[in-house]
Design a binder for this molecule. Structure first.
Ligand SMILES: *Cc1c(COP(=O)(O)O)cnc(C)c1O
Length: 472
């Protein structure tokens, strides 16, 4: 047996002179390739010490190039969302319109009038970039009344609720129904946010039933606000009673108190137009008498991550003066995307073509089923001979706190491994899909892997097919 020695390994300099690595240096830069060369040589030394033959220089160069390629890959990678949930919080929620992306690029690459009044050369207010647009959109359904309201934009809806409570309730009490003390994905619990804002939570009613008199009876000298939270990720059904917004608003106003609604998702248009389930709008809440409404920018609105606080001008003015506003405000890139997104709402006729999220929500079952027919053989090849792939009806979820019990009829490719214990094979398949250059995210349920195709836009189909074919 020949004894392998470390001296048989090439030097760093010799490796770096190989054509493959000269090309890699031109691509990635000298430092990263040198680092990867050292790391691969260290791994090779371990192998040699363990008695293995030293890899030849070309093989080493190939591993170095592969290592450099992996390191250069962004951490925030695009995936195919075939989970069946359109607004998937863990997969980044809304997709932005082309118009929003263009506006972000401009804001990112050019000085812009973020807080500068071009008309008089004085200091401007960043909220004024979107406030008039919002008023215009709201005026379409609520008329002149929309002008009575102001708006401010913060990092997300959780920040909107925090800032509003910190401004209006700190050290005092806010009254909320027990049926609305929601948790949204662990990190946002209404009672926790209230505590952080220094607001004392006064829970009223029971889990399933809250009456108008519960609100009225909870009001004391310490009460600062009545609050309603949209129960966005669950539904209480059966023997239930909730008090409608107009009634709570009337009780609040009788006692000289503001009424705030945390809408969560909130859409600015009537979804009935596209035969989508009715989702409450901020206009509805304001028309019903709410003094403040909060909602997210990256849920049904289809914009970037942001939180809106819309409502009475005097209250918004107080909120804007809170020093926390500075800590929670959004940057120019977000505002650019938000403004461009809101502009699309001026033309509702074309909204479903231009807002990607709305486009996905309005795809017809027929269209998705036809796509499933096209993709079935490709997915079957990828899943292997022992699998069966069928096209089955599916029910997509809107996600992110839009009507939790409503579903959208869709179609899915359903992969099974007939036999006794399919779990292992399904797990392997799921991992292979996740391991693709653009990972494919499906869902395992009932001994099958389901790929709901609602969110595979037809324009991305070819890319999807190519990557499966290349790795089948
Ligand atoms: C989604 C949601 C939130 C949190 O909004 P983010 O924009 O994710 O911070 C708060 N309240 C309700 C009712 C929600 O649906």
């Amino acid at each position: 047996m020949t004894k392998h020695t470390l001296s048989q390994l090439p030097s760093v300099d010799r490796l770096l002179a190989l054509p493959a690595l000269v090309a890699a240096i031109a691509n990635h830069g000298r430092q990263p390739i040198t680092d990867c060369t050292r790391a691969e040589l260290a791994a090779a030394r371990e192998l040699v010490r363990a008695g293995h033959p030293p890899p030849d220089p070309e093989a080493l160069a190939a591993s170095i190039v592969e290592r450099a390629g992996k390191l250069a890959r962004p951490n925030l990678r695009p995936v195919f969302n075939l989970s069946g949930t359109v607004l998937h919080t863990n997969l980044g929620r809304a997709l932005l319109a082309k118009e929003a992306v263009e506006a972000m690029t401009v804001a990112a690459t050019s000085p812009c009038a973020l807080e500068y009044d071009i008309a008089d050369g004085g200091r401007g207010d960043r909220d004024s970039l979107v406030e008039p647009l919002l008023a215009e959109i709201m005026a379409a359904s609520m008329g002149e009344k929309a002008k009575e309201f102001a708006a401010t934009i913060v990092n997300n809806n959780a920040a909107a609720v925090l800032l509003a409570l910190d401004t209006l309730v700190k050290g005092k009490e806010a009254v909320v129904s027990r049926g609305e003390l929601v948790e949204i994905g662990g990190a946002f619990r209404v009672p926790d946010i209230m505590r952080r804002a220094g607001a004392k939570l006064v829970e009223i009613g029971t889990t399933n039933r809250t009456h108008a008199k519960d609100y009225a009876e909870a009001i004391t000298a310490k009460t600062a606000l009545l609050m309603k939270v949209h129960t966005s990720n669950y539904a209480v059904v059966g023997f239930t009673k909730v008090v409608d917004e107009a009634e709570i608003a009337a009780i609040a106003h009788e006692h000289g108190l503001p009424f705030m609604v945390d809408l969560g998702s909130g859409t600015l248009t009537d979804f009935a137009r596209w035969n989508l389930p009715k989702e409450p709008t901020p206009q509805d809440s304001l028309a019903a008498g709410a003094d403040l409404v909060t909602f997210s920018g990256d849920k049904l609105l289809g914009g970037p991550q942001a939180g809106f606080i819309v409502g009475r001008k005097d209250l918004i003015a107080r909120i804007k003066k809170n020093p926390l506003k500075r800590a929670l405000r959004v940057g120019k890139i977000t505002l650019a995307a938000l403004e461009a997104t809101l502009r699309l709402y001026r033309d509702p006729d074309r909204l479903a073509q231009r807002l990607p999220t709305l486009h996905l929500l309005t795809r017809s079952e027929h269209d998705i089923a036809a796509q499933a027919e096209r993709l079935c053989p490709v997915v079957a090849d990828f899943a292997g001979e022992t699998s069966t792939v069928s096209i089955e009806p599916a029910m997509s979820q809107i996600g992110s706190g839009a009507l939790p019990v409503e579903r959208l009829a869709s179609a899915a490719l359903v992969i099974r491994y007939p036999g006794k214990r399919p779990g292992k094979q399904l797990a392997v398949l799921e991992e292979r899909l996740r391991g693709l250059p653009q990972p494919v995210i499906g869902r395992i349920a009932d001994d099958a892997l389901r790929l709901d195709l609602r969110c595979l836009d037809v324009v991305d189909e070819e890319r999807f097919v190519t990557q499966l074919r290349e790795t089948s």
